[in-house]
Design a protein around this ligand. Structure first.
Ligand code: NDP
Ligand code: MG
Length: 380
């Protein structure tokens, strides 16, 4: 029996994680849950899973939760440090980091430092500080939840690290892959929020439309699998059936496939190195008919180019790119900027920043703060 904490349990990955835990009650006990402000949904989850700890970023909502569970043994943590505090409890075996954004980094580092397993959906932690996070982690301490990285992780088991030639990350291409480039600037948030194959939180859905998500995934793959940037390719695969591939030195390409369903990589991260039965739509290739592949268009989707640039340069580049993008996505969702301005503002910010090649955590956090202030100036 393993004790798990789900950071961001009210989000898309968080809810899928709880569904996996619900089906594997004999293997996992949910002892911690967390959210930002959706306290009512969190309260329902507390009723069902009866965790020992709950963390709410928003103190006002945490007080409401306290009132609702006043006669309960539940320990309620609140405020900016609560994600980090909840993972420190000694009974915790596995932390599923399913929060969105830079806020996940301190908890990811604390999890690793405590020797606990980190099932990582929060790719931003690696984008910002992959060199720090990976240098602290032992082999297989971080298990990828991101579907592409889970696919690569699974495919890598077919050979030795030195035998890997390259990885091929698949991308659905998002809702605008075939949309005329000259009309992209007029795209509205409601259109960008309609992802063709995956149901996800708002931020990653917009990132999938700009292809910034793939940019972040290039950086994530570089750190997770200790790859050179030249070993990372991206291919557009609109059906999202092949979740990614690894090419070995003998020309063999190993792919992991399945219907798009995040419960598969989540469960694999939780049960690794074993597998457990999971009720998912079976892959029926004859009804799908054809799997198609295209080269990504970096002119139309410059975010991908920025991802390669940030992966190549390393240092504070990832943290700056991530922070600027978080603010730009929110500004687009608020109707303050055009769809195409998300990437153009991010590019401006990363190219103006005071680059540090070997940053410590303080440098990373300072770069994050700077990038947020800098992009806000562009928005005024
Ligand atoms: P959602 O927006 O659906 O959920 C985000 C979760 O984080 C919610 O529980 C939210 O709480 C919580 N949260 C947000 N801000 C804060 C904060 N400041 N402090 C504490 N908690 C916070 O996101 P997703 O589930 O889609 O994505 C989560 C992560 O997983 C992201 O890093 C994403 O890139 C990654 N990922 C997601 C995939 C997907 O299919 N969704 C696929 C691969 C990776 P509240 O509900 O109260 O707002
Ligand atoms: Mg992904």
């Amino acid at each position: 029996m393993k004790n798990i904490v789900v950071l961001g349990s009210t989000g898309s990955i968080g809810k899928n994680t709880l569904e996996v835990a619900r089906n594997l009650k004999d293997k996992f006990r949910v002892i911690g849950l967390s959210s930002n402000s959706r306290w009512e949904l969190l309260a329902d989850q507390v009723e069902e899973f009866k965790p020992r700890y709950v963390a709410l970023n928003d103190c006002q909502f945490a007080e409401k939760l306290k009132y609702r569970f006043q006669n309960n043994q539940l320990k309620i943590l609140m405020g900016g440090n609560c994600l980090k505090e909840i993972v420190l409890h000694p009974e915790v075996d596995i932390v599923v980091s399913a929060v969105v954004g830079a806020v996940g980094l301190p908890a990811a580092i604390a999890t690793i430092e405590q020797g606990k397993t980190l099932a990582l959906a929060n790719k931003e932690s690696l984008v910002m500080a992959g060199h720090i996070v990976m240098s602290l982690a032992r082999k297989d301490q971080i298990l990828p939840v991101d579907s592409e990285h889970s696919a690569i992780f699974q495919s890598l088991h077919s050979g030795k690290p030195a035998e890997v030639k390259r990885v091929i990350i698949t991308a659905s291409g998002g809702p605008f892959y075939d949309y005329p480039a000259d009309k992209l600037s007029d795209v509205k948030p409601a259109q960008a929020l309609k992802h063709p194959t995956w149901q996800m939180g708002q931020k990653i859905t917009i990132d999938s439309a700009t292809l910034m998500n793939k940019a972040l995934e290039i950086i994530e793959a570089k750190w997770l699998f200790d790859l050179k940037v030249e070993q990372i390719d991206v291919v557009i695969h609109p059906q999202s059936i092949i979740h990614s591939m690894v090419e070995f030195c003998d020309g063999s390409v190993i792919a992991q496939m399945g219907m798009p369903d995040m419960k598969v990589p989540i469960q694999y991260a939780l049960t690794y190195p074993e597998r457990s039965p999971l009720c998912v739509r079976p892959l029926d290739l004859s009804s799908i008919g054809s799997l198609t592949f295209k080269k990504p268009d970096m002119e139309k989707f410059p975010a991908l180019r920025l991802g390669y640039q940030a992966a190549r340069e390393g240092g504070t580049m990832g943290a700056t790119l991530n922070a600027a993008n978080e603010v730009a996505v929110q500004a687009f969702l608020n109707g303050q900027i055009q769809f195409t301005e998300i990437t153009s503002y991010v590019e401006k910010v990363i190219n103006n920043h005071h680059f540090i090649k070997n940053p410590c955590l303080e440098d990373i956090l300072a770069a994050d703060v700077w990038a947020r202030q800098e992009i806000k100036k562009c928005l005024m």
